[in-house]
Design a binder for this molecule. Sequence first.
Ligand code: ZN
Length: 297
Amino acid sequence: MRYARRFVAGTLTAGALALSLTGCGNSVDPIERLGRKTAQDVGTPSASPSPSPLASAGASARAGTPADEAYRKWGLTAPVQYAPKPANKPQLPKATPGKAAVVDRIPVAPTEKVVFLTFDDGAEKDPEFLKMAADLKLPISMFLTDNVASSDYGHFEKLRDNGSASTINNHTLTHPNLRTLPFAAQKKEICGQQDRLEKRFGKRPTLFRPPFGNYNDETLRAASECGISSVVLWRASMQINNFQYAEGSALKPGDIILAHFRGPSELKGATEIQMTTRMLQRIQEQGYTIGRLEDYV
Ligand SMILES: [Zn+2]
């Protein structure tokens, strides 16, 4: 049986998302299920997994790819399924001139069961995670903070270049609550990291995530002046074993998922791999495929 853990989301106010409490903070769920077998977690026999609900989900078949062969190695009972790249990007809400757009869910069709993986900050740099992400070809949109990620930007470069078309995006220089800062200081945090990332990785990001999901009008103006087209928030936040949802108790089509580059010290002993395996299990249980955010934004 899966755990239908329900979380109460607070009131959504402009620039101060209730879900910000789960973003880049220390709130994690208990780890009571650590050590349980994957098959028990998903409620299917381990020797002969039942047909995945994803099998008929219309996901792109990548049969024979490393992802298909590797899933068991990483604790999954069915292959990870990926959404095909859409022929056209969906129509996102129009941005106001001079301001970056804000997106927390991709407006896909209600029947298009696709979600998107984003990983934030960059404190944990587990080489085993690089193997997992490469084996499964996970398309990860990274949002890196300079003061924790820069001790080994090479780690994230490997993650970007593993064949998964993962990307590196902006999450400020020092992870402040931008709403407490004046425009000039916000711009320094955003443009400063744009410059660092461009210099290190050869490409100036177009996506930005404000720490804690906290932003205001000045953030959107500053981001735009720094070359950012979209401010990316999220609708579901991965903890240790399960998601916290901004609303409801299940994923919805087009949800952007927030996870973190976190290790055992921040996950009550769980590893980044264990957290990621559970996240993929939760996605599979709910019958979702994984899309590449940049194919839609
Ligand atoms: Zn963060």
